[in-house]
Design a protein around this ligand. Structure first.
Ligand code: ADP
Ligand code: MG
Length: 263
């Protein structure tokens, strides 16, 4: 049975704008169709990378599957149960840093662990994940005292510490410099191999998707439909330049996203 099953998913946003004429207060109601009939199935433990043009509805799709936004039509089942709202089993890692600036790394990572009453047990768990993302020694630092990459790792530790079944990551490498981006990519792959967690990873970076994904999904422009849904069984670590099959797929993806001359 699939872990996540998305069927006939549609999303519309209704916008109400006041007309410019001040005598007319009726306003204009426009319906923006974002997602049109999305059907996808993801296996337990898969790392799924979702690509698509900017504004096509990637974040919207992720928010619906994570239970933060309702869909207009269709359904999402996780482990056979309909998604009705956010859950401790599904953790969202955002595009921009969501660490609380007045809390240290230790306190931030421990945010989701307040249900563990025994302090030493809670601290051990926090330390385990701080060590895992190699932030040992930075426990008492505040987010502003960390580099961008360290902040992302602290966020990853916070997300993993609550032991979610699925991680939803929405362009988590945004704003990182090139080398940090490459390192974080490796770390997320290692985390995935090590923990076996399901990850739904939204990115605009084609190479991220090809290097990281067990499955790659491409959405079309708005209203978004699924243009490509392909399983990648290539072992890690993947060397894009040395794998002719991945290079060919890379060309195909650039073509699908409307930039064939970029390769
Ligand atoms: N809460 C909202 N209300 C109205 N429109 C929205 C809302 N959230 C997103 N949108 C619109 O939906 C479209 C898709 O947004 P989004 O899912 O963020 O795209 P992507 O992540 O692919 O860049 C955009 O045109 C955006 O303006
Ligand atoms: Mg987005």
């Amino acid at each position: 049975m699939s872990h996540i099953c998305i069927s006939g998913l549609c999303k519309e946003y209704v916008e109400r704008r006041r007309k410019v004429c001040f005598r007319d207060t009726s306003g204009v109601r426009t319906v923006q169709q974002i997602l049109a009939d999305i059907n996808l199935e993801f296996e337990d433990g898969e790392m799924v990378c979702i690509l698509g043009p900017s504004g096509c509805g990637k974040s919207t799709l992720l928010k619906i599957v994570a239970g933060f936004t309702p869909s207009t039509a269709g359904k999402v089942l996780i482990d056979g149960k309909p998604v009705n709202g956010p859950s401790q089993d599904h953790i969202f890692v955002y595009q921009h840093s969501a660490l609380l600036p007045w809390m240290t790394v230790q306190q931030n990572v421990g945010l989701g662990l307040r249900n563990i009453k025994a302090e030493n047990k809670r601290n051990d768990r926090i330390q385990e994940y701080i060590d895992m993302v190699e932030l040992t020694g930075f426990e008492d630092r505040y987010p502003c005292e960390l580099s961008g990459g360290m902040q992302r790792r602290a966020e990853l530790a916070r997300a993993l510490a609550v032991n979610p079944k699925t991680l939803f990551m929405d362009e988590p490498f945004t704003g990182l410099d090139f080398l940090t981006h490459m390192r974080m990519r490796e770390e997320v792959v290692m985390m995935h191999l090590y923990t076996g967690k399901s990850v739904i990873f939204v990115t605009h970076d084609i190479d991220d998707a090809l290097v990281m994904g067990d499955r790659i999904v491409i959405l079309s422009g708005r209203p978004a439909t699924v243009q490509l849904n392909r399983r990648l069984a290539h072992p890690h670590p993947r060397k894009l330049t040395k794998d002719p099959e991945l290079l060919e797929l890379r060309r195909e993806v650039f073509f699908m996203l409307g930039v064939p001359d970029a390769v």
